[in-house]
Design a protein around this ligand. Structure first.
Ligand SMILES: Nc1ncnc2c1ncn2[C@@H]1O[C@H](COP(=O)(O)OP(=O)(O)OP(=O)(O)O)[C@@H](O)[C@H]1O
Ligand SMILES: [Mg+2]
Length: 364
């Protein structure tokens, strides 16, 4: 078991910083996902933890021990990459047993560990097959099995299921989560896929351009994004953003847009007063928090036109054009809409967010 502490860590490649002043704690037994777009510094961070990459500045602690200069083999961790690199001439069993054979562990112990891991990963019937005779998912599970038998204090996974097909990825997401819970091994899991991070991790570290944007539980990050960028990155379909002016309607602060004017609640007005917001703000609202009706009403007062509809299994997405902006709405598939139809939208003001239009930081 191990907790990981990253203190003010920087990674430079030449003069270019790839990881900038990263601070992050992963508790013992926790499943932390590092999430961000391509090139944001996820693998660089993981490779520094593994000892495969020099730490330019700052320190990494495993429990209380600084490991900056500890060679990879002494770090008691196992890493799984997207490219699983199995030995082609060895069976699943031999691939999984390999590291223990090298350590000269006795045969009976190896056998017990390999069979236990195989059971956990449902590989038992495949132990005598060679990689060429396996599907992508089975190869991936073998690579994970190889990591499990070593019983490390820490798993470092770098996009381990990125190349699998969508159905298998969904299956592996739950398998990996179950496996990690059963073993109780601390896990740092790198991905650019927000669905993976949201569905698997205890906590997510969201990175952009080498900078940690937010660290929190999936719910915290989804419900209370720290800024415009995180709000737009997390959630599928993405949050709607509408630039508004701040005005006044019967004494209350209101969001003024060419398609609507909606007063804030007094609590929201108070929050806004303390935030130093200027004349304009960005309103953010998730497609789940917009409702749509074919008829106008006091509630459904924002007039628009249906641009396109998209059926997604149990939900339907409607893209609506309101004056000056487009809004995506998630609704029930029973909603009857054709291209060009009039529609009326309502925003759930208890669920919306306002962002500083210049800095992007969340006002509330
Ligand atoms: N060995 C290297 N030499 C120089 N620059 C590098 C090296 N490795 C990574 N970089 C740069 O550092 C930045 C971060 O790279 P990193 O591999 O950590 O990103 P990532 O978040 O893992 O991206 P991806 O999702 O594409 O794997 C990128 O701009 C990359 O080009
Ligand atoms: Mg990477």
């Amino acid at each position: 078991m191990a907790s990981i502490t990253i203190n003010n860590v920087w990674k430079y490649y030449g003069d270019t910083p790839a990881v900038k002043d990263l601070n992050l704690v992963c508790h013992d037994g926790e499943f932390v996902s590092i999430l961000g777009p391509s090139g944001c510094g996820k693998s660089s961070t993981l490779r520094m933890l593994a000892g495969l990459e020099h730490i330019s500045a700052g320190e990494v602690l495993f429990d209380e021990t600084k490991v900056n200069d500890l060679p990879p083999k002494d770090r008691n961790l196992a890493m799984v990459f997207e490219n699983y690199a199995l030995y082609p001439h060895k069976t699943v069993y031999q691939n999984m047993a390999n590291s223990l054979v090298i350590q000269k562990v006795d045969k009976a112990t190896i056998d017990e560990k390999v069979k236990h891991a195989a059971e956990l990963l449902e590989l038992t019937p495949l132990l005598n097959r060679k990689p060429l005779e396996l599907s992508g998912g089975q190869k991936q599970r073998t690579a994970i099995g190889r990591a499990i038998v070593r019983e490390p204090a820490l798993f470092l996974f770098d996009e381990p299921i990125a190349h699998l097909d969508a159905k298998l990825r969904a299956h592996m997401r739950s398998e990996l989560k179950i496996m990690q819970r059963k073993l109780g091994t601390t896990m740092i899991y790198v991905t650019h896929d927000q669905l993976e991070a949201l569905s698997m991790a205890d906590r997510i570290a969201v990175m952009r351009d080498g900078v940690l944007q937010q660290m929190g539980t999936p719910k915290e990050i989804y419900n209370n994004p720290t800024n415009h960028w995180v709000a737009g990155f997390i959630g599928e379909p993405a949050m709607n953003f509408l630039d508004c002016n701040l005005g006044t309607v019967s004494g209350n602060t209101a969001l003024e847009h060419s398609a609507f004017s909606i007063p804030l609640t007094s609590e929201q007005s108070q929050n806004l007063l303390g935030s130093g917001a200027e004349q304009s703000v960005t309103l953010g609202i998730r497609p789940d928090d917009v409702s749509i009706s074919t008829n106008p009403s006091e509630k459904h007062s924002i007039e628009g036109e249906v641009l396109v509809t998209e059926l997604l299994g149990g939900d339907m997405l409607v893209e609506a054009q309101i004056e000056g902006s487009r809004v995506t709405v998630k609704t029930d598939p029973s909603y009857e809409a054709d291209m060009g139809d009039q529609c009326y939208l309502a925003f759930d003001s208890a669920r919306w967010h306002l962002f500083d239009i210049n800095t992007g930081s969340t006002l509330f």
